[in-house]
Design a protein around this ligand. Structure first.
Ligand code: AHG
Ligand code: MN
Ligand code: MN
Ligand code: MN
Length: 325
């Protein structure tokens, strides 16, 4: 089976990017090990602190953030990082060629129940003009990403990666510590009968999503003419992995509760990297009003509504938005 290095070379990734990705993944392997120790290593439970988004930080949020921050800072390849668990941009090496944004631990509410969690990341070039502590260089649309991916800490530890030449899935071989290419160039089925949304928020959804989900629930009696199944992992990384593997549509739509917060998921380190992986696998990634990867961020923790998945299903969902434009 092919190793990560050879696939990255085949996809034409420059040496320094390959070295950066390997460094980042060394950090993820350490997180994978800590996560697998669970209660034995005393890593479960919450801290007394909150992150910049007002969420109580789990111990594993803080530990994973520290591991990735230390690893990337020491590497020399990175000019600055932005993270869900850091209020501001963290300056690294002023000579570094890349910027990295990450969600160190996605699905933190799953840590207590030994369920799916992961790490999500995106990488862009660092402009030469930028100072290492200047957040403005992070405010680029997702179309500027040079690589993105996630590591899923599930029954096996898996990596999904793209450098813009397809989306590949790798499995961590824990006997020698390498990621092996197990699912090259995956393609998301264009049609699906599966959707993922947190239905407890239904009363807060906008009209297009109300109507769209209503029609999915109507099954063969409704205009979509088929019976749908629903899944919700409560970790985007788990839901998106399922959609990449067997199709589906994942939604965290706009929420009327707070019009100044246009959705729950964060653009730089959740929506954009997943959008890049989804598009490279033949799927779509939209906010309801445009392509996620074309959204121009105005701050590093910006949130966006997200609709991702099987091409024909996302297009069907978007037709409900078009009706209400
Ligand atoms: P995080 O644990 O990094 O804060 O992200 C959690 C996100 C995402 O992974 C998931 O899809 C969503 O929150 C779950 O939201 P609900 O609590 O509404 O289920
Ligand atoms: Mn969080
Ligand atoms: Mn997350
Ligand atoms: Mn997180």
């Amino acid at each position: 089976m092919k190793r990560l290095n050879s696939q990255l070379q085949k996809d034409g990734a420059p040496l320094e990017l390959i070295l950066l990705i390997r460094t980042l993944l060394a950090g993820c392997k350490e997180i994978s090990f800590r996560v697998s120790q669970g209660a034995l290593a005393g890593v479960l439970g919450s801290t007394l602190s909150e992150n910049v988004q007002g969420e109580t930080q789990k111990k594993l949020d803080v530990i994973s953030n520290q591991i990735l921050k230390d690893t990337l800072r020491e590497s020399g390849y990175v000019k600055a990082i932005s993270s869900e668990e850091e209020d501001d941009v963290v300056p690294c090496n002023p000579e570094g060629k890349y910027l990295v944004s990450f969600d160190p631990l996605d699905g933190s509410s799953n840590t207590e129940i030994n369920s799916l969690i992961g790490t999500i990341f995106s990488i862009t070039h660092a402009p030469q003009w930028m100072d290492a502590d200047d957040p403005s260089a992070f405010l680029q649309p997702g179309t500027q990403m040079v690589a993105a991916g996630y590591v899923l800490y599930g029954p096996s530890t898996m990596l999904a990666m793209t450098t813009g030449r397809g989306t590949h899935l790798y499995t961590l071989d824990k006997t020698h510590g390498g990621f092996l290419l197990t699912h090259p160039n995956i393609q998301v089925p264009e049609q699906t009968k599966e959707f993922a949304i947190n239905a407890s928020n239904q009363r807060h959804w906008e009209t297009p999503i109300q109507e769209y989900i209503g029609d999915l629930l109507a099954g063969t009696e409704g205009p979509r003419g088929k019976n749908y199944n629903m899944r919700w992992v409560a970790a985007m990384v788990g839901d998106i992995h399922r959609v990449l593997c067997r199709g589906g549509i994942f939604m965290y739509p706009f929420d009327k509760r707070n019009p100044s917060i246009p959705g729950k998921l964060r653009l730089l380190y959740e929506a954009n990297p997943m959008a890049f992986l989804m598009e490279q696998a033949g799927g779509l990634a939209n906010t309801g009003h445009g392509r996620i990867m074309e959204v121009m961020p105005s701050e590093i923790h910006q949130r966006v509504p997200t609709l991702l998945g099987s091409k024909e299903e996302v297009e069907a969902c978007l037709s409900y938005y078009a009706k209400h434009e």
